[in-house]
Design a protein. Structure first.
Ligand SMILES: Cc1cc2nc3c(=O)[nH]c(=O)nc-3n(C[C@H](O)[C@H](O)[C@H](O)COP(=O)(O)O)c2cc1C
Length: 400
């Protein structure tokens, strides 16, 4: 038996915590675990919103049973088909053979492809409604947050939005499920990391979705990962955060991401950072790409407006970790950054050429000429590194 959390009258949390997986999508570290959230609406008709990762089907089923007893489930709403949410669908259909699965046309294609399900399905269109009894399910298609079938489900009577992955965070739910029951401070930084890792490419679809939701009165946000947001300040905060991140707007601060094998490029990075600090930038975050996980570097680049990248020339290319980072930034269409770059070489420079091409392609605002270092730090190189940090700081200060 479980004591299932009630979020509002008749709305139960039946999600699970995963504290064993190391990497989400086998890519992104989970130092504090993750939750897969699913919700049960117990009305005249019973609806389940999303499921959980297949590894947790058993405990999920026990949670549902604790809330519902032998009562059947009428509907499963699939807001998102990614397997961390759809993984228990096949299993659920075996337990509840008469359940009707609600999704949109893109969902149906995936249900068939992933799980061979073609029967007992209800394909809805944008703004369609399904009446449960006291409550109504209204569906909003919000494609490409971050898959094509993604949608959200709103219950107007309770002003609850089941938002899918939007507004989700890494981090398990330790004790409380609802923000008012837990200390939510640490989740906001994890929400930015989650956004930058998973959703970051899709700024325009997020803006379209926010536009669609703007006329809706929302008192509770039930995402598929992390806390349920109920407190007034928090709901505004998470929506504002998504608005800001999806417009690629950022705070005053500087990320210096660099690679270095023997420390020369690293010393250049140190000088640039010291200069930026001396010129008033308190938020300076340095990432050695071989040490910091890309997940954290992306989070900080989404957070801060200033970006300086440094790389030694490596077999006529960029340092591999820098190559990988700029590929991730390209993939996410990161925009509107104040940009500087620096590089080292010993016989024929290539890193600055590659970084220049990257900056121009991304239409970054290049703050000044790059810093080029042959072999090691000489006085003129130190001078131009200091200059780069100073100009970056001055441009960031003007952002106020
Ligand atoms: C595996 C390897 C490949 C390199 N390839 C080049 C190259 O193609 N062109 C070049 O001018 N220098 C090349 N270098 C030299 C480094 O770019 C140069 O020494 C740089 O200053 C090293 O910076 P670091 O001290 O921060 O590691 C290479 C060095 C290594 C170890």
């Amino acid at each position: 038996m479980y004591k299932t959390s009630q979020i509002k009258e008749g709305i139960y949390y039946v999600g699970v915590n995963d504290r064993t997986k190391h990497l989400f999508e086998n890519l992104w570290p989970l130092p504090k675990g993750i939750s897969y959230n699913s919700y049960l609406i117990d009305d005249d008709k019973v609806a389940l919103i999303d499921t959980v990762d297949v590894c947790y089907s058993e405990v999920y089923f026990r949670k549902i049973r604790s809330a519902l007893g032998d009562k059947p489930i009428d509907y499963l709403v699939v807001n998102h088909m990614e397997p961390d949410h759809s993984g228990s669908i096949e299993w659920l259909v075996n337990q509840y053979p008469h359940i009707t699965i609600i999704g949109n046309s893109r969902t149906m294609d995936m249900l068939k492809g992933f799980y061979g399900i073609t029967e007992n399905i209800l394909s809805i269109k944008d703004a369609d409604e399904v009446k449960l009894g006291k409550n109504t399910l209204r569906f909003y298609l919000t494609p490409m947050i971050h898959w094509p079938e993604t949608m959200m489900t709103y219950v107007p009577e309770l002003k609850i939005l089941f938002s899918g992955d939007a507004f989700g965070t890494y981090g398990s739910l330790d004790g409380g499920v609802v923000d008012s029951q837990l200390n939510s401070d640490g989740y906001f930084d994890e929400m930015i990391r989650y956004y930058s890792n998973i959703v970051g490419k899709y700024g325009s679809p997020v803006q379209a979705a926010l536009g669609k939701l703007s006329g809706i009165d929302i008192e509770v946000v039930c995402s598929t990962h992390g806390p349920v947001w109920t407190e007034k300040g928090n709901i505004e905060k998470v929506i504002a955060l998504y608005d800001k991140l999806s417009k690629y707007e950022a705070d005053k601060g500087l990320v210096i991401a660099y690679g270095s094998m023997y420390g020369n490029t690293e010393q250049l990075a140190e000088i640039i950072a010291a200069s930026a600090a001396e010129n008033g930038i308190k938020n300076v975050v340095m990432h050695h790409v071989s040490k910091s996980h890309q997940s954290d570097i992306l989070r900080d680049i989404f957070k801060y407006r200033g970006l300086i990248i440094g790389s030694p020339t490596y077999n006529n290319q960029l340092y591999p970790g820098i190559e990988s980072l700029i590929s991730a930034l390209r993939n996410r269409n990161i925009k509107d950054r104040l940009f500087g770059y620096f590089g080292g070489f010993s016989w024929a420079d290539a890193s600055l050429r590659h970084l220049k091409e990257f900056a121009e392609e991304m239409r970054f605002d290049i703050v000044c000429d790059p810093v080029s270092m042959k072999h090691s730090l000489h006085a003129d190189v130190v001078e131009s590194a200091w200059n780069l940090g100073q100009i970056m700081a001055e441009k960031l200060q003007r952002q106020d």
